[in-house]
Design a binder for this molecule. Structure first.
Ligand code: GLY
Length: 391
């Protein structure tokens, strides 16, 4: 499909609430389908797209059931999705289909991993070949050659923003959406918002997408979305010292092309929206790093940061129609927002433009992602395999 040069002049703008990765991906796809689109965002720098390590890891994360199917469908789409963003923006996104190694201390643990059937089993010698310098505790592993990574923080977010702008998407940064407004029929009729320069305003809209990440429940408290804080750090390693992503328990290592090593991540649902780094969180990452790749402990430190994943009680996103007619949901992607951005953009843009013939979505496939599905009692009650405890 060829991208249109800009939105159709007579099309009603779709409001995208949230300027993070998911919001931008949807805006880009809508713009490509010729829909006029405006992105409202309060503070884009807080978006999880600028925090995440950028793993594309449906198998390494040990997903199962509908989440695995959704993740695999998105992974399949990523090369073409990235190529469209690169063509529209003129910028590289840093996609690396480098494979991911998941190490274990025993072969029994490896056999029990939910996605073991999709990986190549490794013994200690195989682990050493895939991850030179791996710590001595790891005796077995799985290589998921089909998984990979993208340089979301430094490249993808910027490229996507530029691609959107090139296709005529409007941005309002520093704009906080305070309330969704409905008419007598219960249908969406607009939003009330506060702009950076102050003062409250109403904007009319009959179609909007809620993509506010961890903050989604603040705008619509009926949504089961809560923040799951993650702390990260990075080190500068020698170029090409590590080719594969290494996905250990409690800590993972994501090597960028230029040798930068991104180390993630804590998972702290109890922290709510508490800002800042903590000694415990940074210690967890440091210990995990040393256990996975002892020599990296000597590499020069670069950055430390934190952010908030949009968690749901069952760790699956909320996708599709929302509780208000005209409002679409694209939130709750928890640990998999970068992976799921491509399929989310396709599903939501197809649904809004009714262009979905032949698309992946069907009512049966989308049912597990409805916002009002039954959820486990306590938020975060279910621990995904990717959040398994540290060694
Ligand atoms: N995708 C890994 C994480 O959320 O930490």
């Amino acid at each position: 499909m060829r991208a249109l040069a800009g939105p159709l002049p007579d099309a009603e703008p779709v409001l995208i609430l949230g300027g993070g990765l998911v919001g931008l991906a949807i805006a880009h796809q809508l713009a490509r389908l010729g829909r006029s689109t405006t992105v409202l965002s309060r503070r884009r720098s807080e978006a999880a797209g600028f925090v995440a390590a950028g793993m594309l890891a449906p198998h390494a994360e040990g997903l199962s059931g509908p989440m695995l199917a959704l993740g695999q469908a998105s992974l399949e789409r990523i090369p073409a999705w990235v190529a469209r963003i690169e063509a529209d923006s003129g910028l590289a996104c840093g996609l690396r289909p480098c494979g991911i190694v998941v190490p274990f201390t025993t072969a029994a643990e490896r056999e029990a991993y939910p996605t073991a059937a999709f990986g190549e089993p490794l013994d200690r010698a195989g682990l050493e070949r895939q991850v030179p310098g791996i710590g001595p505790a790891w005796r077995a592993g799985l290589l998921f050659a089909q998984d990979g990574q993208i340089d979301n923080r430094r490249r993808l977010m910027r490229a996507l923003e530029r691609a959107c702008a090139a296709l005529g998407v409007r941005f309002e940064e520093g704009t906080e959406v305070l309330e969704l407004l409905t008419g007598d029929s219960g249908r969406l009729r607009g939003v009330r918002l506060r702009r950076a320069e102050g003062g409250e305003h109403m904007i009319a809209a009959t179609t909007a997408v809620l993509a506010c990440g961890a903050w989604s429940g603040r705008l619509l408290p009926s949504l089961p979305v809560h923040p799951v804080k993650g702390q990260m750090l990075s080190l500068q390693g020698p170029r090409a010292s590590l080719e594969r992503v290494v996905f250990g328990p409690g800590t993972y290592l994501v090597p960028r092309e230029d040798g930068l090593l991104v180390v993630g991540a804590t998972s702290e649902p109890q922290a709510g929206f508490d800002d800042g780094l903590t000694p415990e969180g940074q210690k967890q990452l440091q210990q995990g790093l040393v256990a996975l790749l002892p020599e990296a402990a000597l590499w020069p430190p670069m950055e430390r940061w934190w952010g908030f994943r949009p968690g749901t009680p069952d760790n699956m996103p909320l996708l599709g129609p929302g509780p208000i007619e005209g409002l679409w949901l694209a939130t709750g992607h928890h640990r998999n927002g970068v992976l799921l951005a491509a399929i989310t953009a396709e599903l939501i843009a197809d649904a809004i433009t009714a262009a979905g013939q032949g698309s992946w979505a069907s009512p049966e496939r989308l049912a597990p992602f409805r916002w009002d599905r039954p959820q486990p009692a306590a938020p975060g009650a279910h621990t995904p395999p990717g959040a398994r405890a540290s060694l």
